[in-house]
Design a protein around this ligand. Sequence first.
Ligand code: Z5A
Length: 211
Amino acid sequence: MSARGRFITFEGSEGCGKSTQIARLKARLEGEGREVLLTREPGGTAAGEKVRDLLQHAPEGEGLTAEAELLLFAASRAQLVREVIEPALARGAWVLADRFLDSTTVYQGVGRGLGAEAVATVNALAVGGCLPDRTVLLDIDVAESRRRIAGRDGGVADRMEREPDAFFERVRRGYLELAAGEPGRFLVIDASATPDVVEAQIASKVLGVEG
Ligand code: Z5A
């Protein structure tokens, strides 16, 4: 039986560089001959992709309440964990996740104001004990986030992107507070640096690679 794989999650504001850095870490790991699985949330399964469409683009999602939104993110995650993440970890793969439960803690708990307790209860049910070994938090300010995502998708903002700056300020602060409370799991990186500098820090802290 192979040893359990490693579960690394990437978090941060939109445009912070998660996809860019996940692709780079995947290439490094595959260069070492490891199996690597990438996931994104919401989505990553057939059912989860339907939920993603509802949460982000479908007209039917426009009037979603904060509570319904929380449960939909959790539903997508519950499916992803059992259908994709757990089997991959069990066969020894590295799983690199573009968002996981911390996104819900921060966007729904802090951003939407649903509160830590309700969100923790829902998160615990969704992940069923499947928790990240390390979490890379790519920190950028709201103005830089807006700059990086401007013009994407033909300039059409999705449901979340239409929130005001104050929402994204709360999200950023929420992430930093969460990370401060769990310094053993979180690696906080200044993601306004160049992609090469960010990559080197991740390689050093997550893989122990220097130079
Ligand atoms: N959400 C939630 O509310 N609750 C939840 O539980 C979950 C999610 C799971 C998902 O959006 C939305 O759902 C998200 C939170 C919410 N909404 N918001 N806001 P998404 O999946 O569409 O997108 P995202 O996850 O927020 O991120 P992204 O837009 O895909 O960006 P990214 O992957 O972090 O960044 P990137 O694609 O690598 O880079 C963005 C651009 O910046 C690109 O042009 C890069 O070339 C450039 N870039 C990358 N790195 C750098 C550096 N270092 N310098 C300069 N430019 C850079």
